[in-house]
Design a protein around this ligand. Structure first.
Ligand SMILES: NC(=O)c1ccc[n+]([C@@H]2O[C@H](COP(=O)([O-])OP(=O)(O)OC[C@H]3O[C@@H](n4cnc5c(N)ncnc54)[C@H](OP(=O)(O)O)[C@@H]3O)[C@@H](O)[C@H]2O)c1
Length: 251
């Protein structure tokens, strides 16, 4: 990591002073979060959980699809009685979304990750990049973890982004349909793997803001495989035992 890079505190300050931030007095940890592939299942849940305290930018390969998703998420929040008077959810193309954000979540299936990263490469400089991505495949009636040669999706992604990008691995084991139900305190643990302390702390804080998950630090990015590989286990347990939406709670 180059020591000339802005710290995460700088990123937050930049977020506060940005002209596109319309609030006069945003929450202390107000951030601009882009969710690449935010039109999908996980993107919806994360958007709805974070939108009360952060600006959300939905990214898509098709800007109009992102705009439509942003409008839909806002309507969903209204329909479940959320106060949306200060909520700001916008939609744009993946590159523009990455450009304006302080923190970027990569919410696309593993097989599409690298072609998604390529056009946004330069927008990732000095940003935090969150990966919830699990490489896996269905084999017959069950799922298998299929890590790349680097050992995990997180390590493969780290190789494909600028040196200044701080990769954080988290949210792999959180079922998206429960995440978007804001009446639900999921009680699940969100295990975080990261090498950068400030980026790790920022994700701990953002996870606490969701009011439904317990953030737990699981170690450096090198052990992301241990967390990613839990997802096929949860899916297999659900399939084999007629269960739904399993998560993990370490106790
Ligand atoms: N679903 C869950 O419960 C869950 C939970 C934890 C972690 N995850 C992880 O989160 C990631 C996203 O999961 P998801 O279920 O949200 O995925 P998804 O709904 O299947 O897809 C997410 C987005 O990926 C983009 N996409 C689809 N096909 C693409 C292609 N050919 N090239 C580039 N982009 C493409 C689409 O965005 P645009 O068409 O708008 O570009 C789509 O809306 C996965 O890696 C998964 O392992 C999922």
């Amino acid at each position: 990591m180059h020591n000339t890079n802005p710290t995460n505190t700088d990123l937050k300050n930049r977020s506060h002073s940005s002209p596109s931030s319309r609030r006069e007095s945003p929450a202390t940890n107000w951030m601009k979060i882009a969710i690449i592939g935010g039109t999908g299942h996980l993107g919806e849940g994360l958007s709805i959980r974070w939108a009360q305290k952060n600006e959300i930018i939905i990214g898509s390969r098709k800007p109009e699809k992102a705009v439509e998703a942003a409008e839909r998420y806002l309507s969903e929040m209204k329909s479940i009685g959320c106060d949306t008077s200060k909520v700001e959810i916008r939609g744009m193309g993946n590159k523009d979304a990455s450009n304006v954000a302080d923190l970027i979540v990569l919410a696309v299936p593993y097989k599409h990750v690298f072609k998604t990263l390529e056009p946004i490469y330069s927008e990732l400089e000095n940003k935090i990049l969150v990966t919830p991505i699990v490489p896996m495949k269905k084999v017959g009636d069950h799922f298998e973890y299929t890590p790349p040669k680097q050992g995990s999706a997180a390590l493969a992604i780290q190789e494909s982004v600028p040196d200044s990008t701080k990769v954080v691995s988290v949210y792999h084991n959180i079922p998206s349909c429960k995440l978007k139900d804001t009446s639900c305190d999921l009680g699940y643990d969100a295990v975080i793997c990261a090498d950068d302390d400030e980026a790790k702390q920022m994700i701990i804080d953002l996870t606490k803001e969701m009011n439904c998950l317990r953030p737990l630090y699981g170690g450096p990015l090198a052990v992301s495989n241990t967390v990613e590989s839990i997802t096929p286990l949860l899916l297999n347990l659900a399939i084999m035992n007629n269960l739904k939406d399993l998560g993990v709670n370490f106790s």
